[in-house]
Design a protein around this ligand. Sequence first.
Ligand code: ADP
Length: 179
Amino acid sequence: MSDRRIGFYPGSFDPVTYGHLDIISRAAVLFDVLVVAIGQHHAKPGLLSLEERLRVLEEALAPLRERTTCEIKLAKYTCLTVEAAQRAGAAVIVRGLRDGSDFDAEVRMAQTNATMAPEVETIFLAASPSARMISSTLIRQIAEMGGEIGQFVPMEAADAVRRAIARKNAPSGSGSDTE
Ligand code: ADP
C-alpha cells in the first residue's frame, strides 16, 4: 500500500452543492488523495442518474483541482461505505456536520462503521456558516417547485437538476401537479 494519505468522502451528491464543495476543498488540505465517492442505493434511485452526478461533480471539481496539490478522484460504489473506503485504500472517511440531526445520524453511522472496520477512522468537518443550510434534498424540493437554486449549487448541477425535473415531469404530461 502507498504511504500517501487517502481520504474517502462518500455521499449521494444528488446534486452536489456548495456545501459538499466546501467540505471537499477543506478535506483536500488534509490528504494527499481524496476520493469523492457516490454511493448508489438500489432502493433510492434519486433524481440525477449516476452518470449525471459523476459528470456534474467532474465539472464542479475542475476549479478546485487547479488550485490544490491533493489528487481528487471520483468513484462510485454500491457496497457498504466502509468496504468502499477500504478498497480505495483510505484510512479515513470524511463526513460533514450541519446540525444536531446530522450529528446523531453521523455518529451512529461512524460507530457502526468502526465496529465493522476499526482501522478506518471517521472524521467530521463542521459545515461552514454560509453553507450550513444547504442540503441536496432541499435543493431538489426548491427546484421541483420552480424555485431558483443557482445560489446553492454550481451551474452545472443546477442545469442537470432542471433537466432531470423536466424529464421526470414530461412522460405523464404537464398539469399533473398534485402538491
Ligand atoms: P448522504 O446521503 O450520504 O447523507 P449527501 O450527499 O447528502 O449524502 O451528503 C454527504 C455528506 O456531506 C454528509 O456527511 C453530509 O452531512 C455532508 N453535507 C451535505 N450537505 C452539507 C453542507 N451543506 N455542509 C456540510 N456538509 C454537508
